[in-house]
Design a protein around this ligand. Structure first.
Ligand SMILES: Cc1ncc(COP(=O)(O)O)c(C=O)c1O
Length: 380
């Protein structure tokens, strides 16, 4: 028997990545993943990339891309420079690096309930224990050994709920992290997918007076996820350590993807393209909302998300989402049960439905299946 590290004892397959395989079967209707609509992908009509990009590059990333990102972050109020921006192989890598930096077995990470499942998975892998972060009163329960090392949040169009924090909630978490010396880890991949006016100022913009923080973003939802490109910036105490961890992990991010993303960021048509992406998703969201009302109207409740890619739907009447999924899968329909997003793995009578990928006809058919299954159960 091969001897493996103790941490592989907590190595589980991602339920969403597993379902991705099922969703590729012909005829399947998937509301399960967080896949952007291919209609939104940036074009490939670019000039040939410079040949020197085939050489190894800097760990932090291509300097012109870092400069561009730093300038855009400063416009949002984030205290950073190009020298404190690192390009990631997708923002999922930032979660891995942050966990390596902060989490020892038994260390506490404060997370929202529910929270992004693939972040929970990484923190768990490094041995984290979790506490629940109450955004109305973030420091509640903090003090002594109960103080978490890290507070991981997605305050803008959260995955899975689509919710957005108010200015007061953002300020309260910044103050709580500063007062208790908790590292703030702000994950912000959805900020540009905004359909209603919302407070979107990064929380770390309120931490220029001190404290340790990591802020990350992604080009997966605005350019194309297959390029695998994200970025992070961090307070001065943490940034050099994150660079060393990245060195050990993969030396540097793919230089061709970095060059492509820089072309998209510099493209004079970028703002118009993003307006088009938002308009498309707003239409898809509204269509999904109307179909939800038609098929699940009195069987579930939800809040229309002001941004992002998901509806978080609470099921009425004690329905078990996992059992519902098993029956929906038999009819070729996929979604993600709420319990996957709970740090304690406990029951959660909600499901996450992605609205960006499915075509209108599939939305109608898929939600009709879920509605029928719920009604069958109600009358059984
Ligand atoms: C909250 C959150 N963080 C990080 C990621 C990872 O994104 P990527 O690695 O594609 O940048 C996702 C992907 O869906 C996400 O929802």
């Amino acid at each position: 028997m091969a001897r493996l590290s103790a941490r592989t004892g907590d190595l589980h397959a991602s339920p969403v990545r597993e379902m991705l395989n099922v969703s590729l079967r012909p005829g399947a209707i998937s509301f399960a993943g967080g896949l952007p609509s291919p209609e939104t992908f940036a074009g490939l009509d670019l000039p040939p990339p410079p040949r020197d990009l085939l050489q190894y590059g800097p760990t932090e990333g291509e300097p012109p891309l870092c400069e561009r990102i730093a300038a855009e972050l400063r416009d949002l109020g984030v205290d950073t420079t190009a020298e404190r921006v690192m390009i990631l192989a997708g923002s999922q890598q930032g979660i891995d690096l942050a966990a390596k930096l902060v989490v020892d077995p038994g260390a506490t990470v404060a997370v929202e309930a529910p929270a992004y499942l693939a972040a929970l998975q990484v923190f768990r892998f490094f041995g984290a224990r979790f506490s629940t972060l109450d955004r109305a009163d973030p420091a509640s329960g903090w003090g002594g050994d109960a103080t978490p090392r890290l507070a991981y949040v997605t305050p803008t169009f959260q995955n899975p709920t689509g919710g957005c924090w108010s200015a007061q909630e953002r300020a309260a978490l910044a103050q709580a992290c500063q007062a208790h010396e908790v590292i703030l880890f702000e994950d912000d991949p959805y900020r540009d997918l905004v359909y209603e006016d919302c407070e979107r100022t990064p929380i770390c913009a309120g931490m220029s007076g001190g404290g340790s923080w990591i802020y990350q973003g992604s080009f997966s939802k605005t350019v194309a996820p297959g390029l695998r490109l994200g970025f992070l910036t961090a307070s001065e105490d943490l940034f050099p350590l994150l660079v060393r961890l990245k060195q050990a992990s993969d030396l540097h991010t793919n230089r061709l993807s970095q060059w492509m993303v820089l072309q998209y960021l510099q493209d004079p048509g970028r703002a118009a393209r993003m307006e088009g992406v938002r308009a498309l998703y707003r239409r898809k969201r509204d269509l999904f909302d109307a179909a939800l009302t038609r098929h699940l109207g009195n069987l579930a409740s939800w809040t229309t998300p002001p941004g992002g890619l998901f509806f978080w739907v609470a099921l009425a009447g004690g329905v078990d989402p996992q059992g519902l999924l098993t029956r929906a899968l038999e009819r070729g329909v996929l979604f993600t049960p709420g319990s996957h997003f709970m740090a304690d793995g406990g029951a959660c009578p909600a499901i996450r439905l992605n609205f960006s990928l499915a075509a209108p006809g599939d939305v109608e058919r898929g939600l009709a299946v879920i509605g029928d299954l719920l009604r069958e159960r109600a009358t059984a």
